[in-house]
Write a protein that binds this ligand. Sequence first.
Ligand code: CA
Length: 235
Amino acid sequence: MSYTVLVVEDEPTLLETLEYNLAHQGYNVRTATDGLKALETAREARPDIIILDIMLPGLDGLEVCRVLRHETNVPILLLTARADEVDKVVGLEVGADDYLTKPFSMRELLARVRAHLRRVRLMREELTATERAAPREHLVCGDLVIDLARREVRKSGQALRLSPKEFELLAFLAQHRGHVLSREQILDQVWGWSYAGGTRTVDVHVRSLREKIERDPANPERLVTVRGAGYRFEG
Ligand code: CA
């Protein structure tokens, strides 16, 4: 079965290049050139991944991402022209899974798409297996309860709104609680790719996750930084 990739970009040359390269990989490619069309196409075509430019006419990419996040778990890879936008992109309200800063290499973009789709496939297989196996798997870490099958997190009984990547990061950390995990390890296991410089993605997601699970995000007690080594989840 071939995967469907939705590419949202208003710049004709870049759109054409992306479309050509993705189709060459055997993906079924759909395109949109503005935000409203992007929402429409995402709902109708149900893509397996969305590559979404931030700067779009009308509704911008951040707004599109925010809306889609409420509707679907589809991986969203945002394209940003400004490095200082990155925190916002991954952060609380927008909830993108990943981002690339323009200009990016096509090889890197394709590698990321491949990695996200591999995870989509694994997750679907896991979900089917979980449904078959019936018993639900919970991780309890103090006042946090992580429901792995339903992908829900409760803190003192209150449901937390996590983006799909925040959830996966938290689940991975909680499954390895007490162990020091390097950024590279986290990147490899949670995102499925590793590139020099990609570890910043991990830091940005750790920051946004702390906003949701720590009493004081500036002085984390749960998800602690281990200087020079990485992160450790204390549970
Ligand atoms: Ca653009």
